[in-house]
Ligand binder design. Sequence first.
Ligand code: NAD
Length: 352
Amino acid sequence: MAEREIGFGVLGLGMGQHHARAVTDVEGARLIAVCDHDPTRCDPVAEQYGVKGYHAFADLLADPEVEVVSIATESGTHMDRGLEAVAAGKHLLVEKPVDVRPERVRMLIDGVGAAGVKAAAVFQSRTTPLNKRVKEALDSGRLGRLIGIHALLPWYRAQSYYQGPHGEWKGTWDLDGGGSLANQGVHTVDLVQWFGGRVKSVFGQFGTFAHEIESEDASSAVLRFENGAIATITTTTCAYPGLPQFITIFGDRGTIQKEDETLRTWTMVDETEEDAKVRAYYGPRDGAEGSAIASDPMAVGAAGHHAHIKDLCQAILEDRDPEVTLESALHAVEIFNAIFESGRTGKEVTLA
Ligand SMILES: NC(=O)c1ccc[n+]([C@@H]2O[C@H](COP(=O)([O-])OP(=O)(O)OC[C@H]3O[C@@H](n4cnc5c(N)ncnc54)[C@H](O)[C@@H]3O)[C@@H](O)[C@H]2O)c1
């Protein structure tokens, strides 16, 4: 039994619908209210879960039962809504990316610190068993000296994704921070830095090829980590019909390759008994589902959000930091902005 239930209010009911469902599924969390200024989104979700539905964010903030505000609005509004929420004494769960520019993320971090509340960022790729296993192998030195991390995200989004009342902000610089790299690709950017460590410099290229959007639908970058290893990241929303994320990691003592949550290669120079078990457990399975998210933006699994919500509840009860803090989610935003800067200037960009 959980010590007590933590009350959640979800703001923004596109992706926020998944937050609402995940909150109701997590022991120790209780969905108090949902909020969207679009009543056609708010009212059915409020009714579905039998909770309060607010059309104005101020009403959600004024609700004393709401302890955590889950922010799932347009990415370039997270800082503003987050600062309003912490000023009202609420804890935060913030969708990825925390905001679209590093300075905006830092302002939210400062606001959270000043208010003395807890704030967790959503980067659900960090919560999957395989990614945790890969991180553990890297941190314990199983791959030896890290040499390279090479990530490809060949996804597909139809033009209709960027249209309509909830589509027009997507692919804009101010609200989405960019396109395939800042929106879809930011999970991959974050994984690369989570696996490899801090990035020292980047060289990037990007362009707009198959969509009418302001920013980009294809990007490629070469990154140099502070530890000297090299990474590449390629993202797109043009690769019909949408293919799995593919990541290759190698050091001087081993190689790992993964395709979404399926392990393709786990080969260590110093093979142990456990390595065969890792291959058997995380390797290809008969009937395993393909990656729907590669082509369907709403096909996000809820498991990662469960893990974030559960951890944030515990962090509040235990008065500790959540696993994915805003600080730890900042570097991904710094990296994608540096890639864009490099693409614009044609020069390598060094991160501060
Ligand atoms: N973790 C993931 O894998 C994942 C997947 C998809 C989207 N996201 C993130 O979720 C966020 C939302 O994306 P989306 O695709 O759901 O966008 P969306 O446009 O479909 O939904 C945003 C909703 O917020 C509402 N809203 C905005 N400001 C509001 C306010 N002040 N008061 C009340 N309602 C307000 C809008 O009316 C809209 O319904 C983005 O930051 C995106 O990056 C994360």
